[in-house]
Design a protein around this ligand. Structure first.
Ligand code: F42
Length: 144
């Protein structure tokens, strides 16, 4: 089993550590916003390392909408490349861990529907979209 390599982004790595060490009872929101966060475990497409990424929790039925916003930065978060390469992920949502498969959302109608859910769950996504020229990747994680 490949080893887990924490993110170099300290606040993200710290959130993963608290989330996991507390069994999903602490570190489960974005700072003091009260908005829920999930932890996505995925495989590094270059190193094969186990990577863990906190993302906002956006539910779509039994699935989760994963938004590659990175605060509206000009470049995609690199976890996007990992998911595009290996769609098998685990998602921890509080105390539960699910094995899921992700697919990148391509159709305009589905994208519009899922984007609306994302913005409803985390309004700043709207600002991030306005901050960057790139099309923010949206994935749907569904039970494997
Ligand atoms: N980021 C979002 O994009 N969307 C969200 O909704 C979101 C919510 C959120 C909530 C809480 C929180 O603490 C963080 C949150 N973030 C959110 C930030 C998110 O957790 C990530 O930190 C951010 O999206 C950046 O992701 P990233 O994958 O680009 O992270 C970089 C900094 C990183 O980890 N880089 C590593 C490094 O060493 O530079 C490499 C990681 C990696 O996956 N490497 C691959 C490998 O093979 O191992 C190669 C990747 C490649 O192709 O280059």
């Amino acid at each position: 089993m490949a080893e887990y390599v924490p993110s170099p982004v300290k606040w993200a790595a710290d959130q993963v550590a608290l989330y996991e060490s507390s069994g999903g009872t602490e570190g489960i929101t974005l700072l003091d916003t009260g908005l829920p966060v999930i932890i996505v475990t995925h495989r590094g497409n270059k190193t094969g390392a186990v990577r863990k990424t906190p993302l906002m929790r956006v539910k779509d039925g039994g699935g989760y909408v994963l938004v590659g916003s990175r605060g509206g930065a000009p470049a995609h978060p690199v976890w996007v490349h990992n998911l595009r390469t290996d769609p098998s992920v685990q998602i921890q949502d509080k105390t539960e861990v699910f094995s899921m498969r992700v697919r990148e959302v391509q159709g305009a109608d589905e994208r519009a529907r899922l984007w609306a859910l994302a913005v409803e769950a985390f309004p700043p996504y709207k600002d991030y979209r306005n901050k960057t020229e790139r099309l923010i990747p949206v994935f749907l994680a569904e039970p494997a």
